[in-house]
Design a protein around this ligand. Structure first.
Ligand code: NCD
Length: 308
């Protein structure tokens, strides 16, 4: 029996395939409601706190949009390190304990690996991990599995290629772990030095994962390509990050070399690795991917707050 009531969402590893897919139908339902601009009142009387120690566009605002579409209210602390008592030396533990007096649920983004788990250990209300350093971004995965399933019809059987900074991108780390629940084949392509964590690769059967530096080799068989930028903020120095700039790029010439019907995903923001000319290709679904975040988050908020 799946039950999300009062649950924290900290790591994708805490969820079974059944649980990851449980919000799919509710996401469809909220999508339909949002398309007709019906104001819902399901979360009237509830407050979401978005507590952000790192920059964000999609994660914070899609949650705020989701909460407001459900009739709930939002209080925001961003950038927390500047505008909250963190600037006076308050700990993360104390910050979430006090925010839990003001709000019924907290969406947290923090630069430290493991921060979400630390917060959940003390917070009086559920914590949703909106990214903890280079570790995880589980709620992105809830939504992306939904988007892939709805666009492709099924996830099992797909060949999915990940391209970019596989070492530091938390969306990819969480998504690859989530895909461990499926019968998929993965191609992992990164510049030398930015390879995926071997511990995550070890979750798969040997024949399921192919690591390479050669994008052209896998394009003719890839069903879905998922790209990310170089995570410049995770490097020791700007120079170190700069060395990887421009080391991979996807444009229409790559689309033409690809398997027919290729689906292109990117959690965004993009910088220079994905040419905007690709936007008009019908298989480029990254704007839809962002839009689906709102509906999937409506579903998760309603489930965690015990209203669905
Ligand atoms: C990502 C993040 O912050 O982890 N964006 C997102 O939440 N959609 C990816 C990134 O910053 O590159």
């Amino acid at each position: 029996m799946v039950d999300f009531t009062n649950r924290d969402i900290i790591s994708i590893k805490d969820f079974t395939r059944e649980e990851l897919e449980y919000p799919f139908y509710l996401t469809d339902y909220f999508k339909e409601k949002a398309e007709t601009h019906e104001q819902l009142h399901l979360l009237g009387g509830y407050v979401l706190c978005t507590l952000f120690y790192e920059p964000s566009t999609r994660t914070r605002l899609s949650f705020e949009s989701a909460m407001q579409r459900l009739g709930g209210r939002v209080i925001t602390v961003a950038p927390a390190q500047l505008v909250s008592s963190a600037a006076k030396g308050e700990s993360l533990e104390d910050a979430v304990t006090v925010m839990g007096q003001f709000a019924d649920i907290i969406l947290l983004r923090h630069h430290e690996w493991g921060a979400a788990r630390r917060a959940a250990d003390v917070a009086p209300v559920p914590i949703i991990n909106g990214g903890d350093g280079a570790n995880e971004h589980p709620i992105q995965v809830f939504s992306e599995l939904y988007t892939i399933q709805r666009v492709r019809g099924q996830i099992d059987g797909l060949e999915i290629t990940f391209l970019g900074d596989l070492k530091h991108n938390r969306c990819i780390r969480s998504l690859v772990m989530g895909l461990g629940n499926y019968d998929v084949k993965l191609n992992l392509i990164s510049p030398k030095g930015l390879e995926m964590d071997p511990e995550i690769i070890a979750m798969f059967r040997k024949e399921q994962v192919h690591e390479t530096n050669d994008l052209d080799e896998v394009l003719p068989t890839t069903d879905v390509i998922y790209m990310v930028r170089v995570q410049v903020e995770r490097y020791a120095s700007k120079e170190e990050a700069e060395a990887f700039k421009g080391s991979y790029r996807f444009d229409m010439s790559k689309v033409r070399e690809s398997k027919k019907g290729l689906t292109i995903m990117h959690p965004q923001p993009r910088v220079d690795e994905l040419d905007p000319e690709v936007d008009s290709y019908p298989g480029a679904i990254y704007w839809r991917q962002s839009r689906d975040l709102v509906f999937n988050r409506m579903a998760l908020l309603a489930l965690i707050l015990g209203k669905a």
